[in-house]
Design a binder for this molecule. Structure first.
Ligand code: FE2
Length: 374
């Protein structure tokens, strides 16, 4: 095992103070129906809307929120738009990982000076509830970061959006925050993006996994976790590695037509309650073989939860030096096998479930095999 923890990068000064994830924006074929799915299945609450009724003639966006996790679903109203082209190429997927800052102008200047490619020059947007400043840079594939400065804004989401209050408001499921967002990049590109986050954004490498850590009989991948100074933003970056059969990362890249967001981990304070509720509402999770649980306590030691409950729900457990974590993964939530979700509960552990990689990747391979893509 060649796992390097807390590798120290040369630049430690925080030239890019980040307050946390602001929102994720998905480009989708039908924003109204996507919003409904995230509300009914995951328990997100309706927050804001823009579309024809608010004077937005070319695109419609629905904003939903649960805890601090905010998702925007955007669809084009006209043919031949950039949004439409994105959907045609990638299918439904994450376009924007938006990060809240106190100074969007400085975030743009500091990152572009260090080699980041500008996506959006600092721009002020306003409406009756105040103003916000946005700027942005390109990251892997067609994905971008938007820096959101909104200290002067009092509306429900951002200028241009109106409060959205539909009659249908299903109960929350206990999701409190986005824990980490994983990017899949192409063969040999992991270190390019690790260097990007180190140089352009001042992140440090928290953990590295090589193909000896993350491989099964058939497929392999490599991964490095980059995080910012206050640890609120964590981006694991994966690339495929050679195996006997096709890596899940390669399958993703083939279907997404390039690099992009692979999974979004959402944290809960009670994973048993959250997963019970999600399962009831039709969220499909990866199946873990029963024998995973036979030796689980030998591997992770004492835990607060009953093994029979974890077994029934398919929740995985792992331990590191600081504590343990519970996690579970959904199947892809789109028709293409691309974006999926992780539900995670951290009980001290700050790692990512290395002890579960083998069981997890074998579960993914069983799904790949059904799809004919292994
Ligand atoms: Fe994860």
């Amino acid at each position: 095992m060649d796992t390097k923890e807390n590798e120290v990068m040369t630049e430690t000064e925080d030239f890019l103070p980040l307050k946390g994830f602001d929102h994720l924006e998905f480009y989708v074929g039908n924003a109204k129906q996507a919003a409904y799915y995230y509300m009914s299945a995951f328990g997100f609450q309706p927050l804001a809307y823009k579309g024809l009724e608010t004077g937005s003639k070319e695109q419609t966006s629905y904003v939903v929120r649960q805890g601090e996790a905010t998702f925007v679903f955007t669809t084009p109203l006209v043919p031949d738009s950039d949004i439409g082209k994105h959907i045609n190429l990638h299918g439904d997927g994450v376009k924007v990982i938006a990060i809240e800052v106190d100074d969007a102008e400085s975030a743009h200047k500091e990152t572009t000076q260090r080699g980041g490619k500008s996506y959006l020059e600092p721009t002020i947007i306003e409406d009756d509830s105040g103003s916000a400043k946005l700027s942005g840079i390109h990251i892997y594939g067609d994905t971008v970061h938007i820096f959101v400065e909104k200290n002067e804004y009092n509306g429900p989401f951002l200028p241009g959006f109106q409060k959205w209050e539909p009659a249908y408001q299903p109960a929350e499921t206990g999701i409190i925050i986005v824990d980490h967002i994983v990017g899949n990049v192409d063969w040999g590109q992991m270190n390019t993006w690790v260097d990007f986050y180190a140089k352009v954004m001042g992140f440090t490498n928290l953990i590295s996994f090589d193909d000896k850590d993350i491989s099964t009989e058939y497929s392999a991948l490599m991964s490095k976790v980059m995080q910012n100074g206050n640890e609120r933003i964590k981006f694991p970056i994966n690339e495929p590695a050679e195996g006997k059969k096709k890596s899940q990362i390669e399958e993703y890249i083939n279907f997404y037509k390039g690099p992009g967001v692979q999974h979004i981990a959402m944290a809960t304070k009670d994973i048993i309650k959250t997963v019970t509720e999600l399962t009831k509402r039709g969220v499909d999770f990866l199946y873990v073989p029963d024998d995973y649980y036979d030796s689980i306590l030998d591997r992770v030691g004492e835990i607060d939860e009953e093994v029979k409950t974890l077994r029934k729900l398919g929740i995985l457990v792992d331990r590191d030096d600081e504590g343990y974590l519970l996690q579970i993964f959904t199947k892809p939530v789109e028709d293409r096998p691309t974006v999926f979700y992780e539900i995670i509960q951290r009980k001290g552990a700050r790692s990512f479930g290395k002890g579960n990689f083998k069981a997890l990747f074998e579960a993914i391979e069983r799904e790949q095999d059904k799809r004919g893509t292994l």
